[in-house]
Design a protein around this ligand. Sequence first.
Ligand code: S3P
Length: 171
Amino acid sequence: MQNNIVLCGFMGCGKSTVGKLLANRLNFTFCDSDFSIEQREGCSISEIFSRHGEEHFRATEKEVVKELSAQKGLVIATGGGVVINPDNAENLRKTGLVIFLDVTPETVLKRLEGDTTRPLLMRDDKETAVRELLNCRKPIYKTAAHFTVDANHEAQKTVEEIIGLYRSDSL
Ligand code: S3P
């Protein structure tokens, strides 16, 4: 069984879109840590944040990441905060090739225009929040990942780039 491919990066960088296409191309199973959390909790990410708070969300996220890391043959789209926790990053790196999808704040703002599903960005100063949080997280994503790819362009191009990295890494 193949090792996993793990996609990390900021909200709106395309982890789910790219992940689904990638899994399809490589015949891997696609998983999304946020979706697994929602299934487990029986409600949306926004509801988890508003009802139980971020701390509870992060604890559930950590358990889900541990379970996903124990499997193989997966393309895992991680929530934007997953690899900020070093334990999560370590677990994912044990069984997976971790790829950071790097995007500019402008790309994030364009892709998430009108989005209401990201509790951390539900603020009047959304642009400042994106710029500050991305700036602070970017070095952490880079360190957590084995490779960084530019994900500002269309998803298919990012998929091809990741396949190239995956194949050269498996040689
Ligand atoms: C978060 C990103 C979200 C989701 C939650 C927290 C973050 O996932 O896990 O809202 O801390 O960046 P996406 O990156 O899939 O939007």
